[in-house]
Design a protein around this ligand. Structure first.
Ligand code: IPE
Ligand code: IPE
Ligand code: MG
Length: 229
């Protein structure tokens, strides 16, 4: 029962490098990355994941060249449009976190359709982070009792996975990840497979989460004879 409530967060990094290495435009990497997400979403519920939060576009990603940003916005809208029927069929509820006021209308309407169309999904909650910044979300909460309540009651991240080899959070879910277990992999996101997620979840279950306390079932200390001498 506790298994079905795992909150896994994924920083889907490495699309650009993967494409560049193959001599392809970076946008081809983002397209392949969208395919990867599709496979992960399908597989996650059977691995005990109840909530999956995926970092698709950070507020700092606006710094990228116009062409890449526009391509990403179009791709995200296309992803939502094409995925919504499948999400619905799989019992996945989709919501988007992040700022809405800077997104193009085509993406906003895709978000609205997908969110309302999948509202009753209960097998998996997929949260896509678009124009998301954790520091911005925390600052916003400090200015609004409603957002503050929302932040305080948000589901903590159990497992944070980052692909692409970097070992940093890049402003993702800073509050929610206070006690998250971190798993970093050098695999680029377009090459990430459900088997890799399974491996990360196995690793998570091997970790000893203490939350600052002392393990409940700590074995008695072994007193070796040489220490007693
Ligand atoms: C992650 O892949 C997707 C986004 C940030 C939109 P990148 O585009 O950051 O890929 P790399 O890190 O340059 O390889
Ligand atoms: C983080 O990746 C954002 C997403 C994966 C959407 P970045 O590629 O933007 O992060 P940095 O710049 O390497 O920290
Ligand atoms: Mg990157």
């Amino acid at each position: 029962m506790t298994q079905s409530t795992l909150h896994v967060a994924v920083i889907m990094d490495g699309n650009g490098r993967w494409a560049t290495r193959l001599g392809l435009p970076r946008l081809a990497g983002h397209k392949a990355g969208a395919e990867t997400l599709r496979g992960i979403v399908e597989a996650a519920p059977d691995m005990g994941v109840g909530t999956l939060t995926a970092y698709a576009f950070s507020s700092d990603n606006w710094k990228r060249p116009r062409e890449e940003v526009d391509g990403l916005m179009t791709l995200l809208a296309a992803y939502l449009d094409s995925e919504t029927p499948h999400l619905l069929a799989q019992g996945v509820r989709l919501t988007v976190i992040g700022r809405r006021d800077r997104l193009p209308e085509v993406l906003l309407s895709a978000i609205r359709n997908s969110e309302s169309g999948t509202l009753h999904g209960s097998r998996l909650h997929l949260r896509l982070a678009i124009d998301y910044s954790a520091r911005e979300a925390i600052a916003r909460a400090s200015r609004s009792p409603e957002y503050f309540e929302e932040l305080l009651s948000s589901q903590p991240v159990d497992l944070m996975i980052r692909t692409g080899g970097e070992q940093r959070l890049s402003d993702f879910l800073l509050w929610e990840s206070a006690y998250a277990e971190l798993v970093f992999t050098r695999r680029m996101w377009p090459e990430y497979r459900p088997a890799d997620l399974r491996q990360a979840i196995r690793e998570f279950h091997r970790r000893d989460r203490r939350f600052g306390a002392i393990p409940a079932l700590m074995p008695p200390p072994v007193l070796h004879e040489r220490w007693l001498r």
